[in-house]
Design a protein around this ligand. Structure first.
Ligand code: AMP
Length: 393
């Protein structure tokens, strides 16, 4: 059965087509600069990457081109072969704790959550409408980034703020990167060959979050009401004292949206290093002994170690810690800096082995006598979408 896995952003649309249940990727690609001049798309098929320019006025035009590419490349002979399209939807609020078959009514209901994710949900939803129009016979499925965290209990998802903020306005922890945490924790359980296990997943990318997972169920995660909570990130501050906000507004003429922009786009590794949000640029500066970049690394590692320690205690010990996403998969020195700080728990990294794990390599990087196994697991949010879509069909 052929299934498309889709991630529609405001100006982009990423896709992968799977043959299910085998999970073979038949074709993948991304449409970029949708609705902006100089738009183009890239497709990957049989290991070959092709880039083409196209006037991508809106998502519908992109979907139309996608269909023609599927037909031209003989991936499908007719549209009826596409049985399902699974869509990443960032925010499902506290209503959507599982993936769901979409229809007009449900999409309208999901739209009521737009205020919780104003940059993402409207774009995700326009992606769904574009596919509904172009491939009307396929079942459309919504897969939420927040869903995996819906198992977090109230004494962990509530903030100690006036009750009405929660009951009337929905202010609570939601958590994000759910599909990645789900994929990686399931993979770890499979590799451990266990049904019951305590796992900490460190999703360290440009955005970053850590989750505490007991027997496959998330009990806590670092992102909160918004993705800006938790660990230091590429350009997001992570946790800060909220009192900084009125203080800076008084001291400067920054508006609340200037502050929001600064905490989301000019903070984190970029803010501290003044170099870049990208770890590769910061590493290059560290090689030149650039002190702010070294400091940025330390702040980053401190914030990760702090949450691992917290979750270790909350879980009552762990069977495994897993690293994933851009930094987690490709930066062995960051993994080493983190795990070296866990030696008091008996968790130890095999330095030589750790250095070998980059660019998609999956496996264990801890020493045989480590009290918990340390894994590197390349994340795969697309396959989670394809799996959920297949199982709903
Ligand atoms: P993601 O958000 O998961 O796509 O991760 C993107 C981030 O991963 C980039 O901004 C980099 O900071 C980091 N990254 C990617 N490749 C490498 C690498 N080879 N070494 C260090 N960091 C990397």
């Amino acid at each position: 059965m052929k299934i498309l896995s889709v991630n529609a952003g405001s100006s982009s649309l990423k896709f992968q087509m799977y043959e299910m249940p085998e999970e073979n990727v038949l074709i993948s690609g991304v449409f970029e600069r949708i609705g902006i001049e100089n738009s183009f798309y890239t497709i990957k098929i049989n290991g070959e990457k092709i880039q083409k320019n196209a006037n991508l006025e809106n998502h519908e035009v992109a979907v139309n081109i996608l269909i023609n590419e599927l037909l031209d490349n003989n991936i499908i002979n007719s549209l009826d072969e596409i049985k399902g399209v699974g869509h990443r939807i960032v925010h499902g609020g506290d209503k959507y704790s599982k993936s769901i078959v979409l229809n007009d009514e449900i999409l309208k209901d999901i739209s009521t959550l737009n205020e919780l994710a104003p940059l993402h949900n409207p774009a995700n939803i326009s992606g769904v409408y574009a596919f509904m129009k172009q491939i009307p016979n396929a079942i459309q499925v919504g897969c939420f980034d927040t869903a995996f965290h819906q198992t977090i209990k109230e004494d962990r998802y509530r903030y100690a703020v006036p009750d009405e903020w929660y009951t009337k306005y929905g202010v609570r922890k939601y958590g994000f990167h759910g599909m990645s945490h789900k994929y990686v924790s399931e993979k770890v359980m499979e590799l451990l060959d266990k049904d019951l296990a305590n796992v900490i997943v460190c999703h360290l990318g440009n955005g970053g979050s850590i989750s505490a997972i007991r027997d496959g169920r998330c009990i806590d995660t670092t992102m909160g009401f918004t993705p800006n909570a938790g660990i230091v990130m590429g350009s997001r501050s992570g946790d800060i004292d909220y009192g900084i906000i009125p203080y800076m507004m008084n001291k400067t003429n920054m508006s609340i949206s200037d502050i929001d922009n600064a905490l989301n786009k000019q903070s984190g590794m970029l803010g501290i290093s003044s170099v870049s949000s990208d770890f590769r640029d910061i590493d290059a500066k560290i090689a030149e002994k650039h002190k702010p970049s070294i400091l940025a690394h330390h702040l980053y590692v401190n914030s990760i170690v702090g949450y691992i320690a917290k979750y270790y205690v909350e879980l009552g010990g762990v069977d495994a810690i897993a690293f994933t996403a851009g930094v987690g998969e490709n930066a062995p020195h960051i993994r080493r800096m983190v795990v070296d700080r866990l030696s008091c728990l008996g968790i130890k990294i095999d330095r030589e082995k750790n250095d070998e794990f980059r660019f998609g390599k999956e496996g264990i990087v801890s020493t045989p006598d480590s009290t918990a196994k340390v894994f590197v697991i390349p994340t795969d949010e697309e396959v989670v979408i394809a799996r959920d879509t297949y199982s709903l069909i």
